[in-house]
Design a protein around this ligand. Structure first.
Ligand code: BDR
Ligand code: CA
Length: 311
């Protein structure tokens, strides 16, 4: 059983990632840390509560982290994720509020009290909280087993600017901290996620489950299809963050390469670019595993089976 801390900004695809983690018997979620990203941090925390409660885990702990990126103004993604971040379903009011403790303090405490190298950190939004944890407590940082993150893109370009993907662009300095921290790092970039679009029949199949989780998923899909397909010219949407969670569950269904990646923090033209040394031209040692492709049909089937287990 793998112990997991999830740092997230739900976000439709974050919600799918949370459902997938909650449905997996081999995953022990220690708690959820919310981050400012698609929506402001408190909205992230409240959305995470909505998701865990729909999935039948009202006891799951959710805490809010940093309000702002390290050095820049916050920017959100209401154009993709709607007013609430998880538009498309009439989510009931959560029974429990998020806890008031700061999630960065909580991550440090959790890492220091669990066996060293036993906890995986899954980062599904801008990397502000993760960077602050790494910087505030090197002792906690040294105990992280690995970080698995969704963000970046090189071969696909960016999805917010021509060069940058949302999670990196929102807080490039935090990303630079994470990529230079020396903690084992797996990156799920849009190079993989944009080429693994959700099957077109998913909305109907999820609705046909007759469960509240299935209804929530189908509702979210109808919303983000309307708002993303026009922009990207596709019939269905990628499930970015859910694929990062899928990598933790089924790494053998993905392929990629260990390589050196640097984050652009200076240029205005290419701010937030993940510069991937795929061919090793710098001679610098690898600082991450960069995922490039996946067996998408198999992965979507396994994900569907997991979602179908939830109430
Ligand atoms: C990432 O940005 C967010 O909008 C999604 O939730 C995902 O984490 C994709 O670029
Ligand atoms: Ca996200």
């Amino acid at each position: 059983v793998r112990s997991l801390i999830i740092d997230t900004d739900p976000g439709h695809d974050d919600a799918f990632a949370l459902f997938l983690a909650l449905a997996s018997p081999n995953i022990n979620i220690l708690g959820i840390s919310a981050i400012s990203g698609n929506i402001p941090v408190m909205a992230s925390a409240e959305n995470a509560r909505r998701v865990v409660e729909i999935a039948g885990f009202p006891e799951m702990e959710v805490r809010p982290g940093a309000v702002m990126p390290l050095m820049r103004a916050a920017r959100y993604a209401h154009d993709i994720h709607g007013k609430t971040g998880i538009d498309g379903y009439d989510w009931p009011m959560p029974a429990n509020p998020p806890l008031s403790e700061d999630s960065i303090d909580w991550m440090i405490r959790t890492l220091l009290t669990h066996p060293a190298k036993s906890v995986t950190l899954l980062a599904l939004g801008p990397l502000t909280n993760v960077a602050l944890m790494l910087r505030r407590s090197p002792a906690a940082a040294s105990r992280v087993r690995n970080i698995v993150m969704m963000g970046g893109g090189f071969f696909e370009g960016g999805n917010v600017s021509p060069a940058a993907e949302f999670n990196i662009l929102v807080d490039p300095e935090a990303a630079a901290v994470v990529f230079t921290a020396g903690v084992p790092l797996t990156v799920m970039p849009i190079d993989c996620t944009q080429s693994a679009l959700m099957p077109v029949d998913w909305k109907d199949r999820l609705a046909a489950l007759g469960t509240r989780t299935g209804d929530a998923c189908a509702g979210m899909i109808s919303f983000f299809e309307q708002h993303g397909n026009r922009k990207f010219g596709t019939r269905t949407r990628p499930l970015h963050d859910a694929l990062a969670m899928a990598w933790i569950l089924w790494p053998e269904l993905f392929s990629g390469k260990d390589c050196y990646v640097a984050i652009e923090t200076g240029s205005t033209l290419t701010l937030g670019m993940t510069v991937v040394d795929w061919w090793g031209s710098t001679g610098l040692p690898a600082n991450c595993h960069w995922v490039r492709s996946c067996a998408m049909e198999k992965i979507y089937e396994l994900m569907f089976d997991s979602l179908a287990k939830l109430p």
